[in-house]
Design a protein around this ligand. Structure first.
Ligand code: MSP
Length: 482
C-alpha cells in the first residue's frame, strides 16, 4: 500500500482558530480523504505550537499560566476541526511531554555531532514571527508581516550550523528532491539561497522561560521553531533518536516517515525550506517529498485582523452554513496556490448558487421525479472507475487543483440541469420515456457524489444512500437557502 503522510503547520495558540488555519486544515483533510479513497495508507497530522516568547507574553496578558492558557486555546483548535469533520490521525501539542523529551534528545544529538555550538546572537528579532531578522527583511524598519519594529537582541546562545547545509540543500531543492510547489515558490527559494544564502541561526534563548530546556545547559530554552518543526516527527511517535529511531516500536508510526506533503502558506515557507530540512540532514533523517504553499486569504481586500474586527472564525462558518457547505466554500474560495479575497457576501452568493440552487435543487428535482414516476433505476456508484470524469478529477487532485476539481463536478451538474430543462420530463406522461431521461442524470449525480466525498463527506454519503436505494425518494432539503 502506498504511504501518504500529510501535515499542516502546528498553529500558534496566541490566537483562536480563524479561516486561514481552516483553509490549510480542510485542504489537508480533503487530500487525506482522497488518498484514503485511493487506498493509500494515510497519516494526517495537525496540532498546536505552544512555546516561546509570543505565547509566554499572551498568557501573561491573559493572567494565566502559559500551560493553562495553551490548554484552553488548543481545545478550541480541536473543537474547530471536529466541527469541520477533519479526519486527522493525531493532534500534536508541542507541550506534550513525549514531544518535549524527544526535542531534548534531538538537540543533544545535534550538539554531540558538532552541529550546535555556543555563540552569541546580536541582531534583530520579531516576536510576531518568532524569527531572527536581517535589515534586508524589513520594510521601512518594520517587519512586513507584523508591522512592528523588531527588538534588538544581544545574548549568549547556542547556534545551529545552518550555513554548513547551504550547498547540499540548494542542490536538493533545485533537483526537486524536496519539491516546492507551485513552481514560483521554488524559484523564490532558489533565488533566496543564491542571493542571500544561509547563516547560522540561534537555537536557544536565555530570557525565555516558556520552552524546552536545552539538555546540557538548563539556563537556556530551545528556540521555538526548532521545537515546533520536530512536531512532524513526534506526531508519529518519534522518540528523538537520530537515524534508526525505534521503527520496530509498534506504537510508533515512524514507518510513515517522511512526509509526502507538507501544506502551509507563504508566510512560513522560507523556514520550512531552510532550517527544517537542515535539521533533518543533521539528524540523518529523510526529507519531506513535497512542500505545497497555498495562498493567503484577505477579507474584502483587507488583512484579517482583530483590530479591524473582520476575522472569520470556523465556528461561525459552521453555524451559518453547516459542516460540509463550509468545507466547500473554503475550498472553492480561491485558486489553490494563489491568494484569495473572501467575504460573507461572497460565501452567501456561492452557497445559494452552487449548493442551494445547484446541487441541492438538482438532487431534489431528480429524486422527486423518480419517486413520482415510480421508477426503479439500475444505477450504481462507480468508484475508482475509468470514467473520463474520474480520470480528470484524479489528475486535478494530484496537482492540488482542488477548486478546479470542484468546478469539474459542477460542470457535470450543470449539464444535468440543462438536460432537464431541455427535455422537461415533468411534462411527459410515459414512464419509460421519463426513465430514459432520468437514468443517465441519476447516474451522473451518483458519480459526482462519489467524487465529492473528500470535500463534503456527509452530504456525499447522503446522496449516495439516496440514489443507491432501489426506490429513490425525495429526501430532505440538503441546503436550505440563506
Ligand atoms: N506556529 C507556526 C508554524 C510552525 S510549523 C512547524 C505558525 N503558526 S500560525 O498559527 O501562524 O499558522 C500559520 C499558517 O496558518 C499559515 O502558513 C497558513 O497555513 C495558515 N494561515 C494563517 N493565516 C492565513 C490566511 N490569512 N490565509 C491562508 N492561510 C493562513 O506559523
Amino acid at each position: 500500500m502506498p504511504k501518504f503522510y500529510i501535515t499542516t503547520p502546528v498553529y500558534y495558540v496566541n490566537d483562536v482558530p480563524h479561516i486561514g488555519h481552516t483553509y490549510t486544515t480542510v485542504a489537508a483533510d480533503v487530500l487525506a480523504r482522497w488518498r484514503r479513497l485511493m487506498k493509500d495508507e494515510v497519516f494526517f497530522l495537525t496540532g498546536t505550537d505552544e512555546h516561546g516568547a509570543k505565547i509566554e507574553n499572551k498568557a501573561a496578558e491573559m493572567k494565566l499560566a502559559p500551560q493553562q492558557y495553551s490548554d484552553e486555546i488548543a481545545a478550541k483548535f480541536q473543537k474547530a476541526w471536529q466541527e469541520l469533520n477533519v479526519s486527522n490521525d493525531n493532534f500534536l501539542r508541542t507541550t506534550n511531554p513525549a514531544h518535549i523529551r524527544a526535542v531534548g534528545k534531538a538537540l543533544q544529538q545535534m550538539h554531540d555531532r558538532g552541529d550546535i555550538y555556543l555563540g552569541k546572537y546580536q541582531g534583530l528579532y520579531c516576536r510576531g514571527c518568532e524569527q531572527y531578522k536581517s535589515e534586508r527583511d524589513l520594510v521601512d524598519g518594520l517587519c512586513p508581516d507584523h508591522k512592528v519594529a523588531p527588538e534588538k537582541m544581544s545574548e549568549e546562545c547556542y547556534n545551529f550550523k545552518l550555513s554548513k547545509y547551504q550547498e547540499r540543500l540548494l542542490a536538493l531543492i533545485k533537483k526537486d528532491q524536496i519539491k516546492i510547489l507551485p513552481v514560483e515558490r521554488k524559484n523564490e527559494i532558489v533565488s533566496f539561497y543564491e542571493k542571500e544564502g544561509l547563516e547560522d541561526v540561534s537555537f536557544s534563548r536565555k530570557n525565555i522561560k516558556w520552552g524546552v530546556p536545552i539538555p546540557w545547559d538548563k539556563s537556556h530554552t530551545t528556540y521555538v521553531w526548532a521545537d515546533a518543526f520536530l512536531n512532524y516527527l513526534t506526531g508519529l511517535g518519534w522518540d528523538g533518536k537520530a537515524k534508526k529511531s525505534k521503527i520496530e516500536n509498534l506504537k510508533s508510526k515512524m514507518f510513515m516517515w517522511p512526509p509526502t506533503v507538507q501544506l502551509m502558506s507563504k508566510d512560513i515557507l522560507r523556514v520550512h525550506t531552510t532550517i527544517w530540512p537542515a535539521m533533518l540532514l543533521a539528524l540523518g533523517l529523510p526529507l519531506p517529498k513535497t512542500i505545497f504553499v497555498h495562498g493567503y486569504f484577505k477579507i474584502n481586500g483587507q488583512k484579517m485582523s482583530k483590530s479591524l474586527g473582520n476575522v472569520i472564525a470556523p465556528g461561525d462558518l459552521v453555524k451559518k452554513y453547516g459542516t460540509d457547505a463550509s468545507r466547500f466554500l473554503v475550498m472553492s474560495a480561491a485558486v489553490f496556490g494563489h491568494d484569495g479575497d473572501i467575504s460573507w457576501e461572497k460565501f452567501d452568493d456561492k452557497y445559494n448558487a452552487d449548493l442551494a440552487n445547484g446541487l441541492g435543487n438538482l438532487v431534489a428535482r431528480v429524486s422527486n421525479l423518480i419517486e413520482k414516476n415510480n421508477l426503479e433505476l439500475k444505477i450504481k456508484l462507480e468508484v475508482n472507475g475509468h470514467l473520463p470524469l474520474h480520470k480528470k478529477y484524479a489528475a486535478l487532485m494530484a496537482e492540488f487543483k482542488f477548486d478546479e476539481a470542484l468546478k469539474l463536478l459542477w460542470q457535470r451538474l450543470r449539464q444535468a440541469d440543462e438536460t432537464l430543462s431541455e427535455k422537461k420530463p415533468w411534462a411527459i406522461k410515459d414512464a419509460k420515456a421519463v426513465e430514459k431521461i432520468l437514468q443517465p442524470i441519476a447516474q451522473d449525480i451518483l458519480n459526482v457524489a462519489g467524487l465529492l466525498k473528500p470535500f463534503m463527506p456527509a452530504i456525499a454519503e447522503k446522496i449516495i444512500a439516496q440514489f443507491s436505494a432501489g426506490q429513490i425518494k425525495k429526501g430532505e432539503n440538503l441546503f436550505p437557502r440563506i
